[in-house]
Design a protein around this ligand. Sequence first.
Ligand code: L34
Length: 297
Amino acid sequence: MSAKLIDGKKVEQITMDLLKKDVENWVESGNRRPFLKVVQVGTDPASSTYIGAKTKACNKVGIQTDTTHLPDTVSAKELKAAIRSFNEDDKIDGILVQLPLPSHLSSHDVIESIDHRKDVDGFHPMNVGRLTVDQPTFPSCTPAGIFELFRYYSIPVKSKHAVVVGASNIVGSPMAIMLSRENSSGKATTTICHKFTRDLTTHTISADILVVAAGQPNLIKPEMVKEGAVVIDVGINRIADETSEKGYKLVGDCDFEGIRKKASWITPVPGGVGPMTVAMLMKNTLLAAKKSIYFEN
Ligand code: L34
């Protein structure tokens, strides 16, 4: 078998075109243009790249945005004071603090200081909690983007065995919740694997849908994948490469060339899940502006 390619760039473009129309309709009906506030602490180059992609996407769909840059020496108190001022600013619809944060800052504390009605990442415990009990919420962007890809390519999820490798708060955990819930588009039998899992292959080999978000290049090899599986590679690792202009190349967590001979569907890196993360952030920001999830008190 040779896997069909899941083209994240293409689905991103289609999604963004629809969102642009939604934003224009919203503004033409007399509403203020949506506004996304991004916060970057420090100068991590990967974070700068991702924020660049988000800013570009905002410009494309007509969402206003700016980025507040804070030094990596910023104290928790100063960072939370900045977030408080954004919470209180009626012109700001969505707030995003790019992760990872420098090690002296607790991402839990920082995320909890964001008003959950502006938490367009869907990382606040209120939004994660609502996700787990099937209440309207901001779904976190990467899992939501993966579900968009399933929908676009008519890849069935219900009653399949889904295996998620990696249990991070950003991807693995919310992905597993969305796959497993009865009332969502999931309804899959779901296994979560993580760094304490014994004999990873026992689990991955039985996956109809394999979602890999471990941040470890070449973790998943062809012999770990079932014939005909759907393989979603969320990993985005920078590997030194002198032949490229940037000095690095991007690879996922899967042996792409080996696995594409066995899988039925596969996402490339780059051009797979990454672009969808950004498109879903635009969607959540519009939901925040429309107050679709939480009503004004
Ligand atoms: N708060 N922090 C917060 N929210 C997020 O949703 C993220 N994430 C992850 C890191 N920290 C975060 C992102 O935005 C990862 N991530 C992200 C965003 C965009 C892309 C990848 C990861 C992306 O656009 N990827 C492109 C290639 C980009 C490149 O050249 O490096 C792709 O085609 O995969």
